[in-house]
Structures are given as C-alpha cells and as structure tokens.
Design a protein around this ligand. Sequence first.
Ligand code: HSE
Length: 349
Amino acid sequence: MTNIAILGFGTVGGGVYEVINASRKKPLCEVNIKYILDLRSFPEHPIGDRVTNDFSKIISDESVKIVVETMGGDTVAYKFSLEALKAGKNVVTSNKAVVDKYGEELERVARENGVVYLYEASVGGGIPIIAPLNNCFAGDEILRVAGILNGTTNYILTHMQSDGKSLDEALKVAQELGYAEADPHADIAGLDSARKIAILSGIAFGKYISYNSIPHIEGIENVTSEDIALADQLGCVIRLVAVAERVGDKASILVAPHLVGKNSLFHAIREAFNAVSVTGSAVGEVVFYGQGAGSLPTAAAVCGDIERVISNRVSDSERVPCEEGFILNGDGNSKFITLANGKKYRYFE
Ligand code: HSE
C-alpha cells in the first residue's frame, strides 16, 4: 500500500479520488488516500473523514510517499510543493502555473532530495504528452510542437460556429462543465495555452522556458462570428493554436487564433478536446488527441504519474536555462491569410 495526500479537493483532486477508487489495477488500486488538504469540509464524501486543514500533519507523516497538488494558484501551491519535496516526498501536480513559474527550481529540489516532481496533467488534460516528449522522442530532434491546448476556448469556438452562441454564452457553459480556469481570462486571453506551450517547448528544446518569454500571446477576444463564417467559406475553422518551432538554432513561439485548413488534423478538433502535434526530424509528424480538460481526464493523467512514481518508471532529461535571444521576436515560419472582411489570420497546416 502507498499512502498519498491530495492537496485541494476540487475538480481535479476529487477526480483523483474517483479514478483511484475505480481502479482494479495494481499498484493504483492499492493507493491509500491518507489525507485531503482543503479548507472546506466534505461530510457526505466517502473519505470526508480524511480532510485536514493542517499541512504540517502531512509533511511530518513519514508514511506519505506522494503529495498530489491539485490546488491551483501559484503561491500556496508552490510553497507546499517545495516543502513536500524537501521533506523527501514525491510531488505530482496538474498545476501549470506552478510548473511554468517554478518548475526549474522544483525539479532541482526533487533531484537533490532523491524524489520526483511530475506534471503530466498540467498540459493537455488526459493526453499523455510530457512523458512521451521526455522519453519516446528523446532520440529525435524536435522541429515543431503545436497544439490546441485550451479546452475552454476550443469549446467556445466550436459553439460560436455550430449553434451561433456568443463568446460569453459559450464560456458560461464551459465554466459549468468545469473546463474553465477560476479566472477565465487566462483561457480567453491565451495565457493558459501559453503556459502549456512553454512547458512543452521547454521539454522539446531541452530548456526551461517561461510563458513570460513568449513574445506573441493573443487570445480569442477579437474572433467574431463573421470571421468564423468567412473562414468556413474558405474551408477553414478558427482555432486557438500554440506553435513552437525551430528556426535555425533558435525558436519561434506564439499563441494566436489560426485559420486551420481541412488538411490539418486540427480541423477536426471540436468541443473541449485538445490535440498536440509533434514533428521530429526523423519521425515526421505525430499527433496526440484527447480530452484536454475536465475532472476525470485530468485525474487520469495525475494517476498515471502516481503509478509511475510507485513503479519507479520515471525518466526525464535534464534541461538548461533558456539563453537570452533563443526565442525570436516575430513569427518564425507563420503564413497569413486575409479574410474577406480584411482581418488577417495566421494559417495552420
Ligand atoms: N482551463 C483549462 C482548459 C483547463 O480549458 O483547457 C485544463 O488545463
């Protein structure tokens, strides 16, 4: 049996309980959720008696091997993750804000303490992409990582097209379905996608890249129903795409709404689904597709990390800080198309 603690019993933390509870596979079915850290109480929940608001209890309990951080935010979540690693506990998280801001430090502290800091669920919800980038693609040179990485905006763009909903109407439903961030501005303005492409491109290019260093982050605020209809006439859909590509020995990274043509697999990505395309110099293009947000898909990725910690099957590549000038200002290899109303969009293929 492996004892774990879940910090934050919201959408993802609650999902982690569900996935573990339903598991019939060793070692996951033998995981014991010993503590749940939350300020709320859950008297009706089957393991509501494990809730505490005292983090020191978790830190001082040597039987807790894994701390699952599903709190959100980047202050207390960071502090608790750091303390847990220093106390010799493995940390598994879905928190892209903490990974983006403090990943370099937390991975270093994990190494120093002989434990691991894993964050598969921080990008692409239930899609396995971090472990494949770290492992399966390790022998190839990555030329491009591109993705529809935000379920909320994809849901909104899908419904603006299919049933003429306004951005605000579609956002409201995405919030009710548990896809959106606590502050949905991060979704709509492209910041959530930027954090995710920063994490992915950092691994792909062997560096630590923060979303702060991405020169162009544009959300979907200015995408109109007219743009979507005009794009449709060209056989395209509009999608929020994050692109990181090699340009010589540097990289171009951006987040922006793109016209996506029929020949791209991204054309078929609807609702809150995500897709990630990885192009390697030897392998060519590989595409990952799946549920990019929501309780159970994200929890499944968290549980995959828990399983890998217990089975001791973790391998990642050490990275270096991102040197000044590595990320180019500008558009790299972007192509543009002008719609009949004069609005210019990048084209994704
Ligand atoms: N708000 C995020 C999204 C949640 O919509 O994709 C998953 O990271």
